[in-house]
Design a protein around this ligand. Structure first.
Ligand SMILES: NC(=O)c1ccc[n+]([C@@H]2O[C@H](COP(=O)([O-])OP(=O)(O)OC[C@H]3O[C@@H](n4cnc5c(N)ncnc54)[C@H](OP(=O)(O)O)[C@@H]3O)[C@@H](O)[C@H]2O)c1
Length: 253
């Protein structure tokens, strides 16, 4: 029997590498996307050996038109259908909005919102024609609190996922925004953020985030907030003034 294929962006580290691991383990063939080709190749060798699945490596810079076009072409190829799209690649900017250049902000907005939109646009027609598909968009709890342009971009992704799940879920395509809190990955180190003020109980492991995110997507949920503690916190964040909600997120700066 043909194995389903999952395409994962940002598969070299953190949550993306964990999605590759869990989807490979559940017998999905994989397409791994990121910029670092050597690291992608090394992951691919490991995944083939561990799970006996096919693994393609697709190097692409997802803040460039060419990079997004090459991944879109792979997603839209009717000869090699993709059943699961994980829009995960991302980064954040350490400085405040007014201190960044507009070009830095544009690249940041692109990878967090525009690129996932373009990749969904490429994969959806095939999924709808086949009457089945899964899209997992990695958002953040920052979508629910005032948290600069990062939170605003994640709010866009979460809102669009909610719409898309309503519209395409009944047609067989489940769309979920996975909204984690702080997760142990390379994200904060790459950003150059000082995470010393984040309490240990606020940290999640990638393994749990991906497991719960995939389960919620399989269950057809539009929004997944991994861990009971973050689900409770986000319930409370809706009730308190913006200033209070924002202060919790600001620890990671
Ligand atoms: N860690 C957290 O606390 C946390 C919390 C909530 C949400 N998130 C979200 O989770 C997602 C994954 O982040 P992570 O925590 O796993 O961070 P990470 O370990 O730094 O991984 C980021 C991934 O994105 C890829 N990437 C970065 N820029 C790219 C570009 N221009 N083109 C293509 N790929 C690019 C990186 O690969 P290359 O460098 O090889 O390109 C890497 O594979 C992000 O969307 C982030 O916003 C993270």
């Amino acid at each position: 029997m043909e194995r389903p294929t999952a395409l994962i962006t940002g598969a070299t580290s953190g949550l993306g590498a964990e999605f590759a691991q869990q989807l490979g383990r559940s017998q999905h063939d994989l397409v791994l996307v990121a910029r670092d080709t050597a690291r992608l190749e090394a992951k691919a060798v490991r995944l083939r050996t561990d799970f006996g699945v096919r693994v393609e490596v697709l190097p692409a810079d997802l803040i460039t038109d060419d990079g997004v076009a090459s991944v879109s072409a792979r997603l839209a190829d009717p000869a090699r259908p993709v059943s699961v799209l994980v829009n995960n690649a991302g980064f954040s900017l350490v400085s405040a909005f007014e201190k960044n250049t507009a070009a830095d902000e544009a690249a940041h907005l692109r990878i967090l919102a525009q690129t996932p939109m373009e990749l969904m646009h490429a994969v959806l027609p095939g999924m709808l024609a086949r009457g089945t598909g899964r899209i997992v968009n990695i958002s953040s709890v920052s979508a629910f609190i005032p948290r600069g342009s990062y939170g605003a971009a994640k709010a866009w992704l979460t809102s669009f996922s909610r719409f898309a799940n309503l519209r395409y879920g009944p047609k067989g395509v489940q769309v979920t925004a996975v909204c984690p809190g702080f997760v142990h990955t390379e994200f904060h180190e790459r950003m150059g953020a000082n995470m010393g003020r984040v309490k240990s109980w606020m940290w999640l492991n990638a393994d749990q985030v991906v497991r719960e995110g995939l389960a919620d997507n399989a269950a057809g949920k539009a929004v997944s907030i991994p861990s009971r503690r973050y689900a409770t916190l986000m319930g409370l964040a809706r009730l308190v003034p913006d200033r209070l909600a924002a202060s919790a997120g600001n620890r990671g700066r």
